[in-house]
Design a protein around this ligand. Sequence first.
Ligand SMILES: NC(=O)c1ccc[n+]([C@@H]2O[C@H](COP(=O)([O-])OP(=O)(O)OC[C@H]3O[C@@H](n4cnc5c(N)ncnc54)[C@H](OP(=O)(O)O)[C@@H]3O)[C@@H](O)[C@H]2O)c1
Length: 277
Amino acid sequence: MDQKPAIIVTGASTGIGAYSARALKLDGWRVFATVRRDEDRTTLEAEGIETFLMDYTDSASIHALVDEVLARTGGRLDALYNNGAYGQPGAVEDLRTDVLRLQFETNVFGWHELTRRVIPVMRAQGHGRIVNCSSILGLVPFRWRGAYNASKFALEGLTITMMMELRGSGIEVSLIEPGPIRSEFMANCLKAVEAHIDLENTVHKVEYARQLKRLRGELSGAKGKLGPEAVYEVLKHALTSPRPRPHYIVTKPAKRGVLLKRLLPSRLFYRIMGSLG
Ligand SMILES: NC(=O)c1ccc[n+]([C@@H]2O[C@H](COP(=O)([O-])OP(=O)(O)OC[C@H]3O[C@@H](n4cnc5c(N)ncnc54)[C@H](OP(=O)(O)O)[C@@H]3O)[C@@H](O)[C@H]2O)c1
């Protein structure tokens, strides 16, 4: 049996997941990466990373992934990094229910389903690490991000509760809450807004035009953003430290947001947050 610690990393086609899968391999892990397209699978496999097709909205693909990983490791799994997700922009009043549901299918329900498959394995072996990539938007609100906000707030609630319930099992659970990080995230937000929000028949038409301009501007330059290595630094800590932290907030803007929430009266805090973006 391969004695390297084994980890599943989801959403490894781009951004934080792609960086983390490669870095973990270099750091001596046996990495089982997941993507959604054959071409992404081929790229990672060519680098020696065992890669699977898995979509969080497809239950069968989640179960097939875990079955195959366990078959390859002889039933062992040391860590799970839930990372693959997307952001659905749009004002709350413009979110169709099916669009909101899809956001939760990916960012919450799929993560929960994969995690539930992994917990019995970790319980049986008496150890394991589960790291969920949330967001600063799992801790503070942001206009036009209601669906994503809600999905990451839900993820925070489930993850912290699970962390308390798993105390004493040998399974450690952590959340990473990044602020803005260079990746395909914004490009994918743009696709999601164009696919799912009626940008014309809405009281927010003018605001959307402004937002889209800003989003496209952000895509052309990654000014001031940290790269995925900033997230990897804390992921490593969450996976290997004897005392992993419940929360890892990454980037200065994210830390500022949390501090302001703690210090300011709610009304003032929400007024400030409501003027951003
Ligand atoms: N970048 C940021 O500023 C930022 C800030 C805070 C939190 N985060 C969080 O960081 C994590 C990684 O995002 P990123 O910044 O690296 O963005 P990214 O470059 O867009 O990567 C997202 C990954 O998730 C995958 N994915 C999307 N929908 C999926 C689904 N239904 N099932 C399985 N995988 C799916 C994507 O696959 P495809 O290529 O097939 O679409 C891609 O591999 C996410 O959880 C995100 O919420 C990012």
